[in-house]
Design a protein around this ligand. Structure first.
Ligand code: ADP
Ligand code: MG
Ligand code: MG
Length: 879
C-alpha cells in the first residue's frame, strides 16, 4: 500500500491544493512561493482530519510521526528548538477548511511555552512582560479550545486584577502582574480539570491539533456549514506555524487588512492595527484599533512594504484580499490572505471595477459574487419621507449596510425565540461572539457597543447580509435590567429602534421602508449575467403588483400563477364557498359564474404587467376544505346566503373533512369530479388573453397548467375539456390565438410515466415542493420537527425543501426530462418549486437541460446570476 502524505511544509504546497490543505494552508504555501515574508510552518491535511474521524476520533500514529518530522524541519529553518532551553520555538495551531469559516474554529497561539521556556523567553528577549503576556494568552487559548474551559473564566480573573490595580487596559498590567496572572490561570486550570496545565510542548501540540479536528464537529460549525452549503465530508486542515510577536512592545503590532473597502468596494486599502498586541486583539474589540494611515507616520518603511505586498497579493489572486499581518520589532510578516468577504454593494462594485481595470474577464467577475448575497440589495431601504422625522439617538460604525427596524433583544437566545414567535428584533450586545450565531441569523439587525469594522459582529453580519452597526460606544446597555440608554432616554425590550448599516446611525423609533431597484453597478453586472446564461428565469406570482416587481427584477415571464390565492380575499371567499358546498351542477355553475369575472380581471392585470411575456397559469390546486368557514358566524352567514339550513351546511362541511388532505381531493382530482371548475378557469384565462390582446396589442400565448397529474388519462380527460372550451371561445372571437396545455410533474408516478404524459402535455413544470414531499414521503409542514435530528445525526446535511435532493428527487427530474423528450422532442421544461431560487439547485436544473426556473420575485436576480454561473462552469449549447 502506498503511503499517503498527511503533512505538507509551506514550501511544498500551493494555492491549487485548497481541497487538501484548506484555504489558509494553501495560501500560506502560495505566499511562501511568492517570496512574501511568512513565518514558516506546515499543514496537516484535510485527509488527516477525515482519517481522524474514520479511525473513531483518534489521531493516527503515522500522522503524529509526520508532525514530529515537520517540526524538526521548522526547528532547522528557524534555528530555534521546540521546548528548548535556549531560543525556544513557539508555534501557532490554526484551523483552516476549504471554505473560510470565520470564527467557527479556534486558533491557539504561543504554543511551546511552559514554566521553563517562558523564563528563557523572558531572559533572551530581555522582556519579561512580553514573555508572561504570551504565556497567559496561551494558557487561556489552550484551556478554551482544547479543554473546553470557557474563556470568560479567565477574562474574569483578569478583570479582577485590572480592577484591583485600578487600570483599564491589558497593556497597563506589568510583568509582575502578568506573572501573577499566569499563576492564577494555572491554578484555575488545575481546579477545573483536576490536572496540571501540560508542560510538555509535544503533548501540547498533539492535543491542539486533535482539538482542531474535533472542532470541525462542534455545534457552531455544524450550523455555519448548513447555512453555507459546506459539506461535512470536506474536513478541516490544521496549520502549525512559527510564531511572530506583535506584543513585544511599541515597535510591534498586529492588524487586519482588506485590499479594497469591504463595505463600499472603494479601491483603497482598508486596514486597522494595534501596537503591542497579539492575534485577535484587533477583532475582539477590546481596544479600538488605528486606521492603517497612522502606520505611515509611525513606521513609513514598514508601511511602504505593507502597501506593496497588498498590491502584489491582489494582482496575484485577481480579487480583493483579506489579510492578516504582524509587525515584530519593526519587521513585517504576513499571516494570512484570502479572497475577502464583502457586502453585496462592495461585491458588485469590485466585480465591475476588476473588469474595467482589465484584471478580470466578465466570466471571472460573475463568479465572484455569491448569488445569495444579492438578496440584501433587494430589501427595503428607509423611506426618505419617514427619515425626515427620525431622531438619531446614537452613532456607531457602518459595519454592514441595509436598513433594519425592530424591538430590542438582549441575548442571542432571546432574539431567536422572539423571532420564532413572529416578532422583529434588533439584537443589541456589548459585542458578539461565535455562540451568538443563531440569534444573529434571526435578528433584523445587529447593534454592538464595542468593536471595530473587523469585529466578529461586523464580519459575520456582512457575510450574512444582515444590517449591522458596531462600536456604538455612546449607548449604555444594561443586560441585567434589560435596558438601553441613549442620551438620557431609556429603551426597553418593548421599544423599537432602527439601524442604518450604511451610515451607522441608530434611530429611536420604527421607520418605514421602501422597495429597491436595480441600477448602476448592479444593473451592469446583471446585464453581463443575462448575456451569459442560457437558462431562463421566470417568476411565481399571483398578482399584478408582484408581477411588476418581478419584471423590474428581470423576470422573463411567469412560471406559476396559483389561482387559488386569488380567492382568499374577503370579497371573494363567499363565492368560492358557495361553489364548494353546492350540491348540484346548476348551483355550482351559478357560483362559478360569480367567480369568473373576478378571475378574468386578475388574469388581465397579470397579462398587462407582463407586457407580452409568457404566463403559465395553474388550475385550482388545494384541498377545498381550506376555503371553508370554521367560525360559527361565518357558517351562519353562508347558510343564509345559500338559503340552506345551518345544520345542512355543517353536515356538508363535515363530509368534506379529509384525514390527509395533501394526498386527498386536490389538484386535477378536483377537475375530474367537477369539470365545470376547469371549464370556468379555461374561460377566464382565454377570455382575459383575448381582451388584453385586443386592448393592448400584446401577443399573448396562454399556458394552462394542470396540477398533480399522475396518470395520462387524468391529463387527457381534463385537457379535452380545456381544448373544447378554449377552441370554442377563440372561434367565436374570430381571432387566431394559440395556447398550450401542460402539466406539473410533482407525483413520482408522473415522473416515471412521463413518456405517456408527454403525449398529452405540451410542457412540464416540475413542482419540486410536492415532488420532494411525495418522494421522501414526509410533509414539508411537519418535517421541520424531526429534520433537526437528521442534521444532528448527519443523515441529512440540508433541508431538501430548500436545496433539491439531486440523488433522489433530482433523479426523478432527469428521468422525466428524458422520457418527456422521447415522446415530444420540443417539450418545454421548467421548474416552479421553491428550488428555483436556490443557487445549487439552479445549477442542477441547468445541467439537467431545463428551459427555465421560476421563483419568487425577490429571488429572480439571484436565479439570473446562478444561471450565469452554472453556464460558466458547465457550458450548455445556446438554443
Ligand atoms: P481565524 O481563522 O479565526 O482568523 P487565525 O488562525 O487566522 O484564525 O488566527 C487568529 C489570529 O492569530 C490572527 O490574528 C492571526 O494573524 C494570529 N496568528 C496566527 N498564527 C500566528 C503566528 N504564527 N504568529 C503570529 N500571529 C499569528
Ligand atoms: Mg478565530
Ligand atoms: Mg485569520
Amino acid at each position: 500500500m502506498e503511503n499517503k502524505q498527511y503533512v505538507y511544509l509551506f514550501t511544498e504546497g500551493n494555492a491549487k491544493m485548497k481541497n487538501l490543505l484548506g484555504g489558509k494552508g494553501a495560501n500560506l504555501a502560495e505566499m511562501t512561493g511568492l517570496g512574501i515574508p511568512i513565518p514558516q510552518g506546515f499543514t496537516v491535511t484535510t485527509e488527516a482530519c477525515n482519517k481522524y474521524y474514520n479511525d473513531g476520533r483518534v489521531l493516527a500514529q503515522e500522522v503524529k510521526e509526520e508532525i514530529r518530522k515537520a517540526m524538526a524541519n521548522i526547528e532547522e529553518v528557524t534555528g530555534k528548538t521546540f521546548g528548548g532551553q535556549t531560543n525556544p520555538l513557539l508555534v501557532s495551531v490554526r484551523s483552516g477548511a476549504r471554505a473560510s469559516m470565520p470564527g467557527m474554529m479556534d486558533t491557539i497561539l504561543n504554543l511551546g511555552l511552559n514554566d521553563e521556556t517562558v523564563e528563557v523567553l523572558a531572559r533572551e528577549t530581555g522582556n519579561e512582560r512580553f514573555a508572561y503576556d504570551s504565556y497567559r494568552r496561551f494558557i487561556q487559548m489552550f484551556a478554551d479550545v482544547v479543554m473546553e474551559i470557557e474563556k470568560k473564566n479567565f477574562e474574569h480573573i483578569m478583570d479582577h486584577m485590572k480592577e484591583a490595580k485600578g487600570v483599564h487596559l491589558d497593556t497597563e498590567l506589568d510583568a509582575n502582574d502578568l506573572k501573577e496572572l499566569v499563576r492564577k490561570f494555572k491554578e484555575f486550570y488545575s481546579r477545573a480539570k483536576g490536572q496540571e496545565f501540560p508542560q510538555d510542548p509535544e503533548e501540547q501540540l498533539i492535543e491542539s491539533v486533535t482539538a482542531v479536528f474535533r472542532s470541525w464537529d462542534n455545534p457552531r460549525a455544524n450550523v455555519y456549514r448548513r447555512l453555507n452549503d459546506i459539506p461535512y465530508s470536506w474536513g478541516t486542515a490544521v496549520n502549525v506555524q512559527a510564531m511572530v510577536f506583535g506584543n513585544k512592545g511599541e515597535t510591534s503590532g498586529t492588524g487586519v487588512a482588506f485590499s479594497r473597502n469591504p463595505s463600499t468596494g472603494e479601491d483603497k486599502i482598508f486596514a486597522e492595527y494595534l501596537m503591542n498586541a497579539q492575534g485577535e486583539d484587533v477583532v475582539a474589540g477590546i481596544r479600538t484599533p488605528f486606521p492603517i494611515e497612522e502606520l505611515n507616520k509611525q513606521m513609513p518603511e514598514v508601511y511602504q512594504q505593507f502597501v506593496s505586498i497588498v498590491d502584489t497579493l491582489e494582482k496575484h489572486y485577481r480579487d480583493m484580499q483579506d489579510m492578516e499581518f504582524t509587525i515584530e520589532e519593526g519587521k513585517l510578516y504576513f499571516l494570512q490572505t484570502r479572497n475577502g468577504k464583502r457586502t453585496a454593494q462592495a461585491a458588485l462594485k469590485i466585480a465591475v471595477d476588476l473588469v474595467e481595470e482589465g484584471l478580470n474577464t466578465k466570466e471571472e467577475a460573475l463568479l465572484k459574487v455569491d448569488p445569495k448575497q444579492l438578496d440584501t440589495l433587494l430589501h427595503p431601504a428607509f423611506d426618505e419621507a419617514a427619515m425626515q422625522n427620525a431622531q438619531v439617538i446614537a452613532q456607531g460604525l457602518p459595519a454592514s449596510p441595509g436598513a433594519a427596524t425592530g424591538k430590542i433583544a438582549f441575548t442571542a437566545a432571546e432574539a431567536k425565540e422572539r423571532v420564532e414567535k413572529g416578532e422583529k428584533v434588533i439584537l443589541v450586545r456589548l459585542e458578539t461572539s461565535p455562540e451568538d450565531i443563531e440569534g444573529m441569523i434571526a435578528a433584523e439587525g445587529i447593534l454592538t457597543v464595542r468593536g471595530g469594522m473587523t469585529s466578529h459582529a461586523a464580519v459575520v453580519a456582512r457575510g450574512m447580509g444582515t444590517c449591522c452597526v458596531a462600536g456604538c460606544g455612546s449607548i449604555v446597555v444594561n443586560e441585567a435590567n434589560r435596558t438601553v440608554k441613549a442620551g438620557d432616554k431609556l429603551y426597553t425590550d418593548q421599544d423599537y429602534i432602527s439601524l442604518d448599516g450604511s451610515t451607522g446611525n441608530v434611530y429611536g423609533a420604527q421607520i418605514a421602508t421602501v422597495d429597491p431597484e436595480i441600477s448602476g453597478d448592479f444593473g451592469t453586472f446583471m446585464s453581463w449575467a443575462d448575456e451569459v446564461r442560457v437558462l431562463k428565469v421566470r417568476t411565481n406570482s399571483d398578482t399584478p403588483h408582484d408581477t411588476e416587481q418581478a419584471v423590474r427584477f428581470g423576470a422573463e415571464g411567469i412560471g406559476l400563477t396559483r389561482t387559488e390565492h386569488m380567492f382568499f380575499g374577503e370579497d371573494r371567499i363567499p363565492a368560492m364557498r358557495e361553489m364548494i358546498v353546492s350540491r348540484t351542477v346548476e348551483a355550482r355553475k351559478k357560483a362559478l359564474d360569480k367567480i369568473l369575472p373576478m378571475q378574468k380581471a386578475d388574469f388581465k392585470g397579470i397579462y398587462e404587467a407582463l407586457e407580452g411575456r409568457p404566463a403559465t397559469i395553474r388550475f385550482l390546486d388545494p384541498p377545498l376544505h381550506e376555503f371553508l368557514p370554521t367560525h360559527e358566524s361565518d357558517i351562519v352567514a353562508l347558510a343564509k346566503d345559500m338559503e340552506m339550513e345551518v345544520q345542512e351546511l355543517k353536515d356538508i362541511i363535515t363530509s368534506l373533512h379529509e384525514f390527509n388532505p395533501m394526498m386527498g381531493h386536490r389538484g386535477c382530482r378536483l377537475a375530474v369530479t367537477y369539470p365545470e371548475i376547469a371549464e370556468m378557469q379555461t374561460r377566464a384565462i382565454i377570455e382575459a388573453a383575448l381582451e388584453v390582446r385586443k386592448e393592448k396589442g400584446l401577443n399573448i400565448v396562454p399556458e394552462l397548467m394542470i396540477p398533480l397529474v399522475g396518470e395520462v388519462k387524468e391529463m387527457k380527460y381534463i385537457k379535452d375539456i380545456v381544448v373544447r372550451t378554449a377552441d370554442s371561445i377563440i372561434k367565436q372571437s374570430g381571432e387566431d390565438m394559440k395556447y398550450s396545455v401542460g402539466t406539473m410533474i410533482e407525483i413520482p408516478r408522473a415522473a416515471i410515466t412521463a413518456d405517456e404524459i408527454a403525449r398529452e402535455a405540451e410542457f412540464f413544470s416540475f413542482g419540486t415542493n410536492d415532488l420532494t414531499q411525495m418522494t421522501f414521503g414526509f410533509s414539508r409542514d411537519d418535517a421541520g420537527n424531526f429534520l433537526k435530528d437528521y442534521y444532528e445525526k448527519k443523515i441529512y446535511e440540508f433541508d431538501p425543501f430548500q436545496k433539491v435532493d439531486q440523488t433522489g428527487v433530482g433523479r426523478l427530474v432527469e428521468i422525466a426530462v428524458e422520457l418527456g423528450r422521447k415522446t415530444r422532442p420540443d417539450i418545454k421544461l421548467g421548474v416552479c418549486g421553491e428550488h428555483g431560487g436556490d443557487p445549487s439547485s439552479v445549477e442542477f436544473f441547468h445541467k439537467t437541460g431545463l428551459d427555465y426556473v421560476s421563483c419568487s420575485p425577490f429571488r429572480v436576480p439571484l436565479a439570473r446570476l446562478a444561471a450565469a454561473q452554472a453556464q460558466i462552469k458547465f457550458p450548455r449549447e445556446k438554443k
